[in-house]
Design a protein around this ligand. Sequence first.
Ligand SMILES: N=c1c2ncn([C@@H]3O[C@H](COP(=O)(O)OP(=O)(O)OP(=O)(O)O)[C@@H](O)[C@H]3O)c2ncn1[C@@H]1O[C@H](COP(=O)(O)O)[C@@H](O)[C@H]1O
Length: 105
Amino acid sequence: MSEMFERLYATVVERRSADPETSYVARLTAKGRVKIAQKLGEEAVETVIAAVAQDKLALVGETADLLFHLSVLLADAGITPADIAAELVRREGVSGLAEKASRKR
Ligand SMILES: N=c1c2ncn([C@@H]3O[C@H](COP(=O)(O)OP(=O)(O)OP(=O)(O)O)[C@@H](O)[C@H]3O)c2ncn1[C@@H]1O[C@H](COP(=O)(O)O)[C@@H](O)[C@H]1O
């Protein structure tokens, strides 16, 4: 999964400068950060709808759409999969409940 996401991200970075006539990534990128973020939000809502409907097939498809649009947004912001991996490694082994409790002190 991590390898696939890195490959997708590399493709997205490459396609950002392609011809918007032939590339969805280039076309969406040209519309700017707000439109990219809006598309990501739409895909998130569609993912939630598939999950609540208990539709596994749709959930797989919507999750793929979500991850693709997330990669377009991250590329636009200059954030790499390695940046995200480093943050996840930093959090590794820290219980979400313990982390939340430490915020209240
Ligand atoms: N993984 C994807 C991928 N997933 C979804 N999509 C496209 O994302 C678009 C948005 O989906 P929607 O159903 O929301 O589209 P829509 O109904 O046209 O919505 P609006 O944009 O009009 O609001 C569709 O055109 C999908 O085909 C993707 N487009 C590209 N990729 C990957 O990106 C690579 C580069 O793509 P291009 O830049 O198009 O060459 C491809 O080889 C793929 O690996």
